[in-house]
Design a protein around this ligand. Structure first.
Ligand SMILES: [Fe+2]
Length: 194
């Protein structure tokens, strides 16, 4: 099954608030996701290798994380209704790797600090993005989940020394996206049969 952004959209829309649904296309247009999404999630094919030897595309990797992430979030939603905080979580999963092949999505290899660059771009457009979240904290959640989704390998850590990445003090939202990312690279979502 070839995964496209359409699959990701169909999976997330029922779980987003109305502002969150409107934000999806604004974010998409700020990224080169349409170019990098069909590319391999590991340019060297050393990582993200599935049991069947296939390396999924960035879209397929993202789709796996979205499906698994939404399932986990639904366990913790108090009333089962979409909320701004979960918009932040879901949309950070969707766009965490959208800058993986650089600003036009055309670099031959994946960009080491893609998570910092993606977060910086979205922060640079705060005046557009922020109104779609209910609170400043929700907007910040969206940004930091992207910025630190690589956990202790995140390229922006030295400048933000408050986050010392030992298991006990990781902010839960960052731990959440990082774990989904790692589980996807270790072929833990093969039951999804993509
Ligand atoms: Fe990822």
């Amino acid at each position: 099954m070839v995964i496209t952004f359409r699959n990701i959209e169909e999976a997330i829309m029922p779980h987003l608030t109305h502002p969150g649904q409107n934000l999806v296309h604004i974010l998409f247009n700020l990224t080169p996701f349409n170019v990098c999404g069909p590319k391999l999630s590991s340019s060297t094919q050393k990582y993200h290798v599935k049991e069947n030897g296939v390396v999924p595309s960035v879209y397929a990797h993202t789709y796996e994380m979205v499906l698994a992430g939404i399932k986990v979030l639904s366990l913790f939603l108090e009333d089962g209704k979409p909320c701004s905080k979960n918009d932040a979580r879901i949309l950070s999963i969707v766009f965490h790797d959208a800058w993986k092949y650089g600003p036009r999505g055309t670099y031959p290899h994946t960009l080491r600090n893609h998570e910092k660059q993606m977060a910086d771009i979205f922060e640079g457009h705060k005046s557009i993005i922020r109104p779609y979240f209910e609170t400043e904290e929700d907007y910040e959640t969206f940004i930091v989940m992207i910025r630190y989704h690589s956990g202790r390998w995140s390229s922006d850590i030295p400048k933000h020394t408050k986050l010392t990445f030992d298991w006990n003090n990781w902010p839960s939202d960052i731990l959440f996206i990082h774990m989904l990312d790692m589980l996807s690279t270790r072929d833990c979502f093969s039951f999804l049969n993509l």
